[in-house]
Design a protein around this ligand. Structure first.
Ligand code: NAP
Length: 482
């Protein structure tokens, strides 16, 4: 039986070895629920990343040439190792990130599902024989792993955000250099420990912690890194896209969101409330697909608000390791300050605090789940990502107006709508400028579907059959004269 502490690796994993930073310097990692330091990680940078890239580049030809079923077998073992250690891995995640243990258990489980899904999909990464336009010619397309992949991931889903990248990359034979978020590095480093345990060859998975700029800079500088996959803020994503241009790397960008959650008069209101609660407050509002703006049609506005307030008031806030807690702390006090800033802006423009609205009595980075009514489009959260437990409720009159307000942002990740009118559901699918649309569902992430945004929410898909595409190059062979 392992404990969370057994999975806490305080070194980087480069070329199959657990190593410190060259400088010997470390960074403290804290538990956001208690403020306690739970360990340290290496303050790595350029030199360490260069060595990790060397190792990944050296391992690539052999790993790509490995028999498909041998590679798939390693992924099956990885899946099993995750699930065998679900509880300690989830505890590690909660202790470094703050989310309730039940959510962390779910995150480890969905990570394992991504591993299994992509092990299955890799067996179907087929090419084509295409009818040629000219007599005597044969046209074939074949698909090949892109090479070394650089991965940079955020703190809000420190395990599963890496799962969605590692699994497809490894399944098709790419090798990896990954950089987890500094706030939550241990769930990322645990992937290297798991990969080592199940027998991935040295150099296939490398994980470096430390300076984001230096690590990303080294990834950008090297030709051998053929793809950058990033999940995080739109601001950093844009910077990485510019950086990737010099060596024309493929890029996948899973960036910020500002999800509209639209409730029509004809909706099942209790179902809409349930969806809004899970979409808004999961991970204390710190998901890229969280309901950021709740639009409610005038006929059901008062009923919806009343029920939302009652449910919000009932949320138990506390340390995610405690039974019954459904709202953990925010990642840090800067995140709390951002929520306060958005709240003050809303209050100054006529927003009414109907529930919560303050730092929580628990102190630290705990904030009360908050409902703001009378929200309007001129308030900052109408265009900015909240990333906290603040639920603004807007009123609308018509479907056209709701779609127009929903689309009035640069983001285009997730959107939600509750209605019993199927023809409206199809109109919403056509009208909402979002990569994902949940109709009568507030929880839409699943391994079978292509997760990803449009507009400034990014490009590329994670999950679904499309999730393999970015890790593969397509070659075309024209055979003539035989
Ligand atoms: P972030 O500040 O962009 O950080 C994400 C990662 O990028 C971290 O590993 C961070 O390293 C690194 N980073 C920071 N500055 C960098 C730079 N100049 N160059 C290269 N890497 C850099 O975002 P975050 O605050 O961790 O995460 C929240 C954001 O992620 C939100 O906008 C959210 O919507 C988005 N997100 C999107 C999805 C999606 O699928 N679309 C999923 C989850 C989250 P350090 O930790 O060392 O700073």
């Amino acid at each position: 039986m392992t404990t969370w502490n057994d999975w806490k690796r305080e070194r980087n994993f480069i070329a199959g070895a657990w190593v410190q930073a060259d400088s010997g310097q470390t960074i403290d990692v804290t538990n956001p629920a208690t403020g306690a330091v739970i360990g340290t990680i290496p303050a790595g940078g350029e030199a360490e990343t260069m060595r990790a890239i060397d190792a990944a580049a050296a391992a690539f030809p052999g790993f790509a040439a490995m028999g498909l079923m041998e590679r798939v077998g390693l992924l099956w073992k990885l899946h099993d190792a995750l699930m065998d250690n679900q509880k300690p891995l989830a505890e590690l995640l909660t202790i470094e990130m703050g989310k309730p243990l039940a959510e962390a258990m779910g995150e480890i489980a969905i990570g394992a599902q991504y591993v299994r899904w992509f092990a299955e999909e890799a067996r179907r990464a087929k090419g084509e024989i295409v009818p040629a336009g000219v007599a005597g010619r044969r046209i074939l397309t074949t698909r090949h792993p892109v090479g070394v992949v650089g991965m940079i991931t955020p703190w809000n889903f420190p395990s599963s955000m890496l799962a969605r990248k590692l699994a497809p990359a490894l399944a098709v034979g790419c090798t990896v250099v990954a950089k987890p978020a500094t706030a939550t590095p241990y769930s990322g480093l645990a992937w290297a420990a798991l990969a080592e345990q199940v027998g991935f060859p040295a150099g296939t998975v490398n994980i470096v912690t430390g300076s984001a700029r230096k690590i990303a800079g080294a990834m950008m500088a090297r030709d051998e890194v053929r793809k950058i996959t990033f999940t995080g803020s739109t601001e950093v994503g844009k910077e990485l896209m510019r950086g990737a241009a010099d060596t024309v790397k493929k890029v996948s960008m899973e960036l910020g969101g500002n999800a509209p959650f639209i409730v029509f008069d004809d909706a099942d209101i209790d179902a809409a409330i349930e969806g809004a609660m899970v979409s808004k407050y999961r991970n204390s509002g710190q998901t890229c697909v969280c309901a950021n703006r709740i639009y409610v049609q005038a006929g059901v506005y008062d009923t919806f608000v009343e029920k939302l307030i009652a449910k919000t008031n009932a949320l138990k806030v506390g340390n995610g390791m405690e039974a019954g807690v459904v709202q953990g702390p925010l990642i840090d006090t800067d995140a709390v300050a951002k929520v306060e800033e958005l709240l003050e802006d809303a209050k100054a423009k006529g927003g009414k605090v109907a529930s919560g609205g303050n730092r929580h009595a628990l102190g630290g980075s705990f904030f009360e789940p908050t409902v703001v009514t009378h929200a309007t489009q001129d308030m900052a959260f109408a265009t900015e990502e909240i990333f906290g437990p603040l639920a603004p409720v807007f009123k609308f009159q018509t479907e056209e107006e709701a779609i127009k307000m929903a689309n009035a942002t640069v983001f285009g990740l997730a959107s939600y709508a509750y209605t019993s009118d199927l023809s409206r559901a199809f109109r919403l699918n056509e009208g909402l400028q979002y990569g994902m649309i949940g109709i009568n569902s507030g929880l839409i992430t699943t391994v079978e579907a292509p997760f990803g945004g449009i507009k400034e929410s990014g490009m590329g898909k994670e999950g679904g059959s499309q999730g393999l595409d970015d890790y593969l190059d397509t070659k075309y062979v024209c055979i003539d004269g035989i």
